[in-house]
Design a protein around this ligand. Structure first.
Ligand SMILES: Cc1ncc(COP(=O)(O)O)c(C=O)c1O
Length: 362
């Protein structure tokens, strides 16, 4: 069925190409059959390669927000430390405090990245058994450095469990899970995976699972022990979104064909291209230097462009732009370059954007 919806240039849900969308229309299969186990086996092995991990992979038929609570409900006993540097990290910390955990935050100004010395200082109190952070803050376009945090945790806090939200970086940025030692890594599918929203993925370390076994009253729906029992049979605890699974299989095939290093480099190249485009137009970037995301670019609108007018003209030309998240609306705008957006798509979009700027006499 043809429609006239604009092509998405927002940082989630991102553009899904036709060949992937078609896979979601595959005939349904039963969720307790050999067919589903073949499908899940392929997906889980593919994700393990993409994340460089031997950890368990769980496939979850709901939004990533539910995985924030899967992460915390299966791990926190003493207390959890959150880094907050944007809208999503803030919501995750809120979720932890609403779950009743002893929750502290390191509060950064939006646009800033997480500093390893701050994490060290807070963890040295001994008040926390879990540390949670967002790798790529989609609201601000800030990507923090996982290697630095990994070194800190390994050298000084080996007993602290490490939870990472990689919703807008997984499958677009290299995350070497086993080398880094991430205990719980989560993402949903509507960003760099380039699939529709409503399906999520997590990788879970052995010691995270062991910790979960010692926790009482964690409920049923988000209990990783339940997920583990079913994934060992290559199944899921509840009836999954099977269309997403067919789509995910297709995306994994595309990623394998592209090659992992090519994929990571493509995202870096597109980020550089977008940053240069912003600078050439006299704009600045919103994130502090050295913390700019590879999957989206958040541009500080210092030129005072009328973002609403640009948006209206872009819509007429067939593109849906981003106008900034929450409190940043109008002050920044974000350009996504991940998943099914390739260099030619990005160039096409930025060329049209340039035409609009000309039209508005900027
Ligand atoms: C960094 C980050 N974390 C979490 C979420 C929430 O994801 P979901 O809508 O799948 O719950 C988002 C959504 O944009 C996000 O960007």
């Amino acid at each position: 069925m043809e429609n006239n919806f604009p092509k998405l240039f927002i940082p989630g849900p991102t553009h899904v190409s036709k060949d992937i969308l078609e896979e979601l229309c595959t005939d349904q299969i039963g969720h307790r059959t050999p067919e589903i186990s073949d499908l899940i086996g392929f997906i889980v092995n593919g994700i393990k390669e993409i994340l460089y991990t031997k950890n368990k992979i769980y496939l979850v038929s709901h939004a990533a927000t539910g995985l924030w609570e899967m992460g915390t409900k299966n791990s926190v006993k003493k207390g959890i430390l959150h880094c907050v540097n944007g809208a999503f990290s803030s919501k995750w910390a809120l979720s932890s405090s609403m779950c009743g955990f002893n929750t502290d935050i390191i509060d950064y100004e939006w646009g800033n990245g997480i500093k390893v010395d701050d994490v060290d200082q807070y963890l040295s109190s001994g008040n926390y058994d879990v540390f949670a952070m967002v790798h790529n803050e989609t609201s601000t376009g800030v990507m923090s450095n996982l290697e630095e945090i990994s070194e800190l945790l390994k050298s000084k806090y080996p007993d602290v469990l490490w939870l990472v939200d990689a919703v807008s970086s997984m499958a677009g940025v290299k995350i070497d899970v086993d080398k880094l030692g991430i205990d719980f890594l989560l993402s949903s599918t509507q960003k760099a995976w380039g699939l529709p929203a409503g399906f999520s993925i997590c990788s879970v370390s052995e010691r995270f699972l062991d910790t979960s076994k010692t926790i009482e009253n964690k409920g049923y729906f988000l209990d990783v022990e339940v997920y583990d029992k079913y994934i060992n049979k290559l199944q899921t605890p509840t009836t999954p979104s099977i269309p997403h699974m067919f789509g995910l299989k297709k995306v994994i095939e595309i990623i394998k064909k592209e090659g992992l290093n090519n994929r990571w480099n493509r995202h870096i190249e597109m980020a550089k291209y977008t940053r240069d485009w912003a600078f050439n137009n006299g704009q600045e970037l919103f994130p502090e230097e050295n913390y700019e995301s590879y999957t989206l670019t958040c541009i500080k609108n210092i030129k005072g462009w009328d973002i609403n007018s640009i948006n209206e003209i872009l819509l007429k030309k067939g593109f849906r732009m981003d106008r900034g998240y929450g409190a940043l609306r109008g002050k920044v705008f974000r350009i996504p370059h991940m998943g099914n957006i390739y260099m030619e798509d990005l160039k096409e979009y930025l060329n049209v954007f340039d035409e609009v700027l000309c039209q508005l006499k900027y």
